[in-house]
Design a protein around this ligand. Structure first.
Ligand code: ROI
Length: 158
């Protein structure tokens, strides 16, 4: 079964509660098991405009679902936790992103894996490095190299 990494983020409606509820919901997806989750991090919002700080984390899961099947389930969890189709880069109750899906490289309309913006986001790379410090992406890049090049952004482990 492929190991997958999911990025979790929230900056509305009690973000820590949103992440905890999402982890429980992910573990309840049929054919899917939550293996581990990183620490929770508080991070400064990336993107335009004023919005609250985020809570971010990364979860490691295994699943028998195909990538788009997993995406459907994650989007259902986002919708179930009150996420509206909000403005791009705006505040959100819950964001669940497939960062990595085993060794797969996917470029479809709905899904790009590895996640195309993970290299610019220390709130993704640092929690991921907590779980898998020696990780090499299917593109051949090491997580350590991405971390070295990643722009700094305020990030605090809780
Ligand atoms: N900024 C931070 N710090 N964490 C996020 O999860 C996050 N998610 C987003 C945007 C709006 C890009 N900014 C973020 O979608």
């Amino acid at each position: 079964m492929p190991r997958c990494y999911i990025g979790l983020g929230s900056n509305l409606s009690d973000p820590q509660r949103q992440l905890n509820a999402a982890l429980t919901a992910i573990d309840s997806i049929s054919g899917t098991r939550l293996l581990r989750c990183s620490s929770f991090y508080c991070s400064a919002p990336v993107g335009p405009g004023e919005q609250p700080d985020y809570i971010n984390a990364v979860a490691e899961i295994e699943t028998v679902l195909p990538p788009h099947g997993l995406l459907d389930q994650l989007q259902a969890i986002e919708a179930g936790q009150g996420r509206e189709r909000e403005i791009r880069w705006g505040a959100r109750t819950l964001d669940l992103d497939i960062l990595l899906f085993g060794e797969k490289i996917l470029d479809t309309e709905r899904l790009h894996v590895p996640h195309p913006r993970m290299a610019e986001r220390n709130f993704v790379l640092l929690p991921l490095a907590e779980l898998a410090p020696a990780l090499v992406l299917p593109t051949g890049e090491s997580l350590a190299a991405l971390l070295q090049r990643c722009p700094p952004n305020r990030l605090e482990k809780l």
